[in-house]
Design a binder for this molecule. Structure first.
Ligand SMILES: [Fe+2]
Length: 234
């Protein structure tokens, strides 16, 4: 029961965070978005209505989560004039940490030291995902939806998440930690807690942490079962 309550509370806190989202200013980047970022956020909010059921999972701790999630959550921030508070979502995530199935990313990535360093120091845990079992015959996430994916990511300090892309349209929100984000026409802008970035189809993105870990929520609002691809050496 405690697991159920923690997961429902996390889902509600995530929905509330999406509802209070303000897209990050993109500047004169020439991206010419077909769909405005505000519309993507509204689309994401509506998709919470497609969340169907709760199926608690066996906990799957990972070293990077055990080491960095709770220290990162301490860096969640109160509201500013421009950005919403992230403290409630950070608190809900810490409470539900052991109810999520944490995973390493990119299991098919090439074996080389820089990639291994990234994969050892980054993890994601899904809260809402498709119903199909994966190769371990486990559900992907405690809640199911055929139309959206919602999860959380933890990235250790002093680490580059290399440039990557996917067909899925993605909302990426900073819960805690100040990191630089790759942007096609900007010089790695700093994105503080409360920032939300919208990545359209195949738009390259990357994140670089410094002395703080980075804790985020991430939501795919189209093609929730599609893969992501690393673009190394760009
Ligand atoms: Fe992404």
């Amino acid at each position: 029961m405690a697991t159920d309550l923690a997961l429902w509370a996390l889902l509600e806190a995530a929905k509330d965070q999406v509802a209070r989202s303000v897209p990050a200013p993109d500047g004169p980047d020439g991206l010419d978005r077909v769909v405005p970022a505000e519309e993507r956020i509204a689309q994401a909010l509506q998709l919470f209505d497609t969340v169907e059921s709760l199926q608690p999972l066996e906990p799957t701790p990972l070293p990077v989560v055990e080491e960095w999630l709770e220290p990162a959550a301490q860096l969640a921030a109160p509201a500013t004039d421009e950005l919403p508070s992230t403290t409630d979502l950070a608190t809900a995530l810490v409470a539900a940490k052991d109810c999520l199935r944490w995973s390493r990313a990119y299991p098919d990535a090439p074996k080389r030291p820089d990639v291994d360093e990234f994969l050892d120091n980054y993890a994601y845990g899904l809260l809402v995902a498709a119903r199909e079992p994966d190769t371990d015959n486990q559900p992907y996430a405690p809640f199911t939806s055929e139309q959206m994916m919602l999860g959380f990511t933890i990235q250790a300090p002093n680490l580059l998440y290399p440039r990557h892309s996917h067909i899925a349209v993605e909302l990426y929100g900073v819960i805690a930690g100040n990191a630089n984000w790759y942007h096609p026409a900007m010089d790695w802008p700093l994105r503080p807690p409360g920032s939300v970035m919208v990545h359209e189809e195949f738009q390259h993105h990357a994140m670089r942490t410094h002395d703080e870990p980075l804790l985020c929520w991430v939501m795919w609002v189209t093609e929730p079962n599609s893969p992501a691809e690393l673009h190394l050496d760009i």
